[in-house]
Design a protein. Structure first.
Length: 196
């Protein structure tokens, strides 16, 4: 008698990219935590790190909205609606963080440091919301897709998403993702990668 493979051994179009995004979120949170907000060069580096992190998050949400949510709506409409509604909420949290940078520049001394600490806390609050969102997607949305589609269909969907990403951007995602994966995931990824 054969048993169906565990969901964790099935084709997974969400968890690997989520690992990359969590890496970006955590590394950026660490950068903010180390930042001396009285030092202009450190503030500039932290602002760049936040901008790159938010760009990754926005790209990912756009790909999910274009490719995953419509298919999920066919098999788990409530989950698809929840996912689609959470993306704008998460974007508002990102904008809230971004809006603080110009206001930081007009402050000096201890007020500037306190404002930097508030910016860091708001970023960390946004991280927590992103983590909860990704967890729901992995536990509920991914499982709904795996229950409805075989691995070949999920791999095709993943390929359509990849084809929608500019090559340089796809390479940047790969560089962020690969170190965040475990050995089995890296081996699977290398097998799927086209030969040079």
């Amino acid at each position: 008698m054969t048993t169906a493979p565990s969901h964790s051994l099935r084709a997974d179009l969400l968890s690997p990219i989520h690992k990359a995004l969590r890496r970006s979120l955590f590394e950026t949170a660490m950068t903010l935590g180390r930042t001396d907000f009285s030092a202009a060069d450190e503030v500039s580096a932290a602002e760049r790190a936040v901008a790159v992190c938010l760009e990754h998050l926005r790209d990912h949400a756009a790909h999910e909205d274009r490719h995953v949510v419509p298919i999920l709506a066919e098999v788990a409409p409530a989950m698809a609606a929840s996912m689609a509604a959470e993306h704008p909420e998460l974007e508002r949290a990102s904008i809230e963080v971004e809006s603080l940078w110009p206001r930081l520049g007009s402050r000096t001394g201890t007020e500037r440091i306190a404002f930097g600490e508030e910016l860091t806390r708001r970023f960390n609050t946004m991280v927590a919301a992103q983590l909860a969102h990704m967890d729901r997607e992995e536990r509920q949305a991914l499982r709904a897709l795996q229950d409805r589609f075989d691995d070949a269909a999920l791999v095709q969907l993943s390929a359509r998403i990849a084809a929608d990403i500019a090559p340089a951007r796809l390479a940047a995602f790969g560089e962020l993702m690969f170190p965040a994966l475990n050995r089995r995931e890296r081996e699977l990824m290398q097998r799927k990668a086209p030969a040079p």
